[in-house]
Design a protein. Structure first.
Length: 455
């Protein structure tokens, strides 16, 4: 049976695990605290917030096929102890609630029995799914032909529950029969065979070649990991994993690769977009619709195809700010004759972008992220500017770091796009919730202050 790239169903395990945990956490208090005069809304909001904050720092949902059972047990114990203290801390502040050590003990015991069973079943599924079905393997190659590289190949072949399909060695320093090719034909092979992960023996490559390989992997959404040796690593954001006793260094492209972070960012996006839609767009839309219709014929909303996450097409919504024309893939320029009078105002104040909060609610965009470019820009700059395609590793945003730093609007030179990509990549690799808040606040400030390139 042919191996299928990037686990088709196993990627849903973490979201399902989180949903199961939420059901357990929300449902059980009604059984154990029904006679203790607890405000269930406040208690559930408090404990859920506490649970996921603890889970983030403990790494509670960072479970992989190669994670050792002792590590899983350690995560459960740490999560349980800190969560116990968090639940107990609720009662001194809830003056009307009745504290019961027995009820808390039963509640927490049941929570962790159910969640531990759920986690054990998820781990079992991760370990056995590929063996039972014979598909959903991740294609992997190894650069270098050292003792460590050979040991890793044997591990992939012997531990089929790890879910790897080994495609071969690549090396310029060995002519062994097991070596499939040299580094000259590596990039072609990676694309043709749809390789998911590269394992690199650092003794094989110079720093310059490692840098080039990292950039190529970024551009093509290929994970790159390093087999450690005594050589200094030319890279960033490294973490160490153990496949049994075999250490592997993984290049972390972004905190946004973590499922818990993705979940928290999505929750924030939904809540923020709902607030804007209900309290702002509900009255702004009919007002702008009237002004747009009075000035020119055509629809109130402008819908345009844009590349989104993983360069998948989505339709980006705006308030129409131009006369109906056939040059929608052409950027707006200063004093653009296509722009209407009301259009100049809503573009200057960025009000034309407001319907994109519906894109956020639908899941096509995020509140903060790299701005979605035109398809023509992708075609022009995709191969010309390094790391351009990295911006498609996350959802596009209504606002972004490049925009608040002044790199928005018309691209007049390659330098404009290079600076935009520089900030987009920095955002992706250094994301934090605080950074998102800073960008949102700066966006609001810029709207009132006015921006030179908002035309």
């Amino acid at each position: 049976m042919t191996a299928v790239q990037r686990g088709r169903y196993s990627k849903y395990l973490k979201p399902i695990s989180i949903i199961i945990d939420l059901i357990v956490l929300i449902g059980l208090p009604f059984f154990y605290f029904s006679l203790h005069n607890i405000n269930f809304l406040y208690f559930n909001l408090y404990q859920i917030f506490g649970w996921f904050v603890i889970a983030y720092f403990v790494g509670f949902y960072e479970i992989y096929r190669y994670t050792a059972p002792v590590q899983i047990l350690s995560k459960i114990i740490r999560q349980g102890v800190i969560f116990l203290l968090t639940v107990i801390a609720f009662f001194p502040f809830a003056k009307t609630s009745l504290f019961s050590g027995k009820a808390i003990a039963l509640f927490l015991a049941t929570v962790f029995i159910l969640i531990s069973i759920s986690k054990a079943l998820s781990f079992y599924y991760l370990k056995k799914y590929r063996i039972v079905t014979g598909n959903n393997y991740r294609n992997a190659i190894i650069i270098g032909y050292s003792e460590e590289a050979i040991r890793l190949k044997e591990l992939f072949n012997n531990r089929t529950d790890f879910g790897y399909r080994f495609l071969g060695f690549f090396s310029d320093k060995s002519t062994n029969n097991e070596v499939k090719g040299n580094l000259a034909n590596l990039k072609t092979f990676l694309i043709q065979e749809k390789v998911d992960e590269i394992y690199c023996s650092l003794g094989e490559l110079s720093n310059e070649k490692i840098k080039d390989l990292v950039e190529f992997a970024d551009e093509n959404n290929i994970a790159i990991k390093f087999i450690p040796d005594s050589k200094e690593i030319f890279s960033k954001n490294l973490k160490i994993d153990y496949y049994e006793f075999f250490p592997v260094l993984s290049l972390q492209k972004s905190p946004l690769d973590e499922p818990v972070i993705m979940f928290l960012k999505r929750v924030f996006d939904i809540l923020f977009s709902l607030l804007v839609i209900v309290f702002f767009l509900s009255w702004l839309t009919p007002l702008l619709a009237l002004l747009i219709k009075l000035e020119s014929k055509g629809p109130v909303f402008f819908k345009q195809s844009r590349p989104g996450l993983n360069e998948q097409e989505f339709f980006c919504y705006k308030f129409r700010s131009m006369q109906i024309n056939s040059t929608t893939e052409k950027e707006a320029s200063r004093n653009d004759p296509r722009v209407t009078k009301i259009g100049r105002f809503i573009r200057k104040t960025s009000l034309d972008e407001m319907p994109q909060f519906f894109n956020v609610l639908f899941g096509d965009m995020s509140v903060v992220g790299p701005r979605p470019h035109l398809w023509s820009q992708n075609k022009t700059y995709g191969n010309r500017i390094k790391k351009y395609m990295v911006r498609h590793h996350v959802k596009p945003g209504i606002t972004g770091l490049a925009q608040v730093r002044g790199f928005r609007g018309e691209i007049e030179t390659d330098e404009d796009m290079i600076n935009r990509i520089k900030y987009d990549v920095f955002y992706i690799e250094n994301w934090s919730l605080i950074l998102d808040f800073k960008i949102i606040v700066q966006t609001v400030i810029n709207i009132f202050k006015g921006e030179e390139k908002a035309y």
